[in-house]
Design a protein around this ligand. Sequence first.
Ligand code: ZN
Length: 301
Amino acid sequence: MLITVGLTLVGCRIEETKEVEKIGPLHIVVTTGIIKNTLDNIVQSHCEVTALMGPGTDPHIYKPTPGDVELLDEADVIVANGLHLEGKMAEMLEKYGAEKPVIFVADGLSEEDVISTADMDDAKDPHIWFDTKIWMKGMAYVTDELGKIDSSIDSTIHLNYQEYKDEIKKLDKWVAESLDSLNDASRVLVTSHDAFSYFGRRYKMKVKGIQGVSTLSEVGLKEVSEMVDFLIDRKIKSIFTETSTSDKTAQSIVEGCAAKGYQVAIKGPLYSDALGEPDSDAGTYIGMIQANVRTIVEGLK
Ligand code: ZN
């Protein structure tokens, strides 16, 4: 009889511990550092956010490590960019979607927000973080979804979202003003891969990527020679490298220009698909955009 009571008590205690654990902070596992930093500003200490991809990582070709799979297994919620940015993880994310919430930032966008492109599966450009307004629209959706999953943090994370959005509005204004120091002919951004179309649309810059929207495709001689002619024709002063892609093609374009008697500089790197090191200027979403704009203005002025 006594033994039975004891067991029941132990059983009760175990039940209680489980409940407490469930109320604790959500563990959110995200794909890119850009998502992590934005989300950190929104959830602050109320959730724990871990990113799979670190500084300088190319998300188009990223394959999860066994450690990543462990993190994804243990996550309460997964947040990804979507629009095939995480090209090699698509199937895996779908699989997790059957077990736990998987939120895609891009699911918060409407059709006219998203830029179409011919070179990727699904024909959508995934680099949505370069239009700060669209990025925050996607993040509003993520915030709503997280609030539904844990209603105890719903109002707090919505307040944090608003505060962060105000900061992003200031950033947006600063970017537009900084780029206004360039004359119309100089508002041309040639980069390693086509990551800046959203940036170009928002801030009225012509954008040309050497490698296409995904880094998966190889660059041919024809593309290099067309780019050389374009640069000479437009008298563009600089082209830009990126932290997460190879500089080889940029080098062959400079050589192609030199062979025709035109000097073009390689500037950068620009932060395209990954943040800089955590303690650097580009270690945050806001810092990354600011660092890029400074590099662009300096290179094209
Ligand atoms: Zn990219």
